[in-house]
Design a protein around this ligand. Structure first.
Ligand code: GLA
Length: 361
């Protein structure tokens, strides 16, 4: 693994970083024009840039130990593997805005686990766009940057995602939660429920079906809105309005409505106990109405929810595998994480603790 100094044979010209995101409430609401409440991870992805020694872009991922070249006559971006797609997509979008991107050497390093549902791809896009913004003196604010990152994900990685991940990685910090309105793209930093601490555990179940399942849920929500004659499910306020919908549209829409209501309630300022109850209700809704949980995630969430130091827990991110988040008593995060890990492991799973971050170097 090459450090940035080894890769550049000296210092890079610019270096920028971005965090991942932990969504606390507001799951599968962004593409329904709804509300979300994420926070940022302390772990970050760093992108360093310097002029390339030749006419091609040289990418090096220290996390994966891989070196790639972006050729002059590229194959379609979607045919490219992993991190190359995101980098290529962001560069192409900057060029589409009319700014020439000179050939670059790009060093990527990350403390974020890949594929655990903490938006490592959005963190990479945001860190790279921040570095390009500084290098090329782009006129791009943090919201505009998040929108470009989302565009890169949709156009070049083929994921028809909402704006949650990119806004969280661009605008959130780990001392606050970020309230987001996906329709107006307004956002506000709010205090985290206090006093409390967060625990995030990766279930160890890879999100293999996530892309297919995600796109299907999104299509179901769009059908539900169409059947109700509204632009988006955000426009429905009363649960009774869903009575005319056949299954599974009624259940999908009910999740979105109740989840939006939970975010609005939580954004008003709640005690850790009240916030935790909303997290528990959110998980039940994701499991029963939106059907994006798995038996392993339910098991992990149940272990967290029954821990005496925990206020509430839920799956976080798109579901179909990935991580779970819990809100617990201040000072108890290490104990909660370790004790839950041991019990869950005893059931034959291979979890890892993502928060509190591992302090070993
Ligand atoms: C993924 C998507 C987001 C959002 C979440 C579910 O992370 O990228 O846009 O839809 O799933 O809340």
């Amino acid at each position: 693994m090459l450090s940035a100094e080894q890769f550049f044979h000296g210092s890079p010209q610019v270096s920028e970083s971005a965090p991942g995101r932990i969504n606390l409430l507001g799951e599968h609401t962004d593409y329904n024009d709804g509300y979300m409440l994420p926070t940022a991870t302390p772990q970050r992805t760093t992108v360093a840039l310097a002029p390339s020694p030749d006419r091609r872009h040289h990418l090096y991922s220290a996390t994966l130990g891989r070196h790639r070249l972006l050729p002059n006559r590229p194959k379609p971006a979607r045919a490219r593997p992993d991190f190359e797609r995101y980098v290529d997509g962001c560069i192409k979008l900057i060029e589409a805005r009319g700014t020439h991107v000179p050939p670059l050497s790009i060093h990527i390093s990350s403390a974020l686990p890949i594929g655990a549902g903490l938006s490592s791809s959005a963190a990479l896009e945001v860190a790279l766009l921040r570095a390009l913004r500084r290098l090329l003196r782009l006129d791009l604010d943090d919201l505009g940057l998040a929108r470009l990152a989302q565009q890169a994900e949709i156009t070049y990685a083929g994921v028809h995602c909402g704006i949650l991940d990119q806004m969280a990685c661009s605008l959130a910090d780990c001392a606050h939660m970020l309230w987001i309105d996906a329709r107006t793209l307004a956002s506000r930093l709010l205090p985290l429920p206090s006093p409390s601490a967060l625990v995030v555990i990766d279930s160890g179940v890879a999100r293999a079906l996530a892309a297919t399942g995600y796109n299907r849920r999104r299509a179901e929500c769009e059908t539900a809105a169409r059947l109700l004659g509204v632009p988006a499910l955000r426009d429905i306020r009363e649960l009774a309005a869903l009575d005319t919908l056949p299954p599974p549209y009624r259940q999908r829409a009910r999740h979105v409505l109740t989840e939006n209501a939970r975010v609005l309630q939580a954004a008003g300022g709640l005690s850790p106990e009240q916030f935790g109850s909303l997290m528990n209700a959110s998980h039940a809704s994701l499991r029963d109405d939106f059907e994006v949980s798995l038996a392993a995630l339910d098991e992990l969430v149940a272990l967290l929810q029954t821990h005496p130091q925990v206020y509430g827990a839920r799956l976080t991110g798109a579901g179909f595998g990935g991580a779970c988040v819990a809100l617990c008593r201040q000072g108890s995060a290490h104990d909660v994480a370790l004790q839950t890990l041991q019990k869950y492991q005893a059931h034959g799973h291979r979890p890892s603790i993502l928060l509190p971050p591992c302090t070993k170097s």
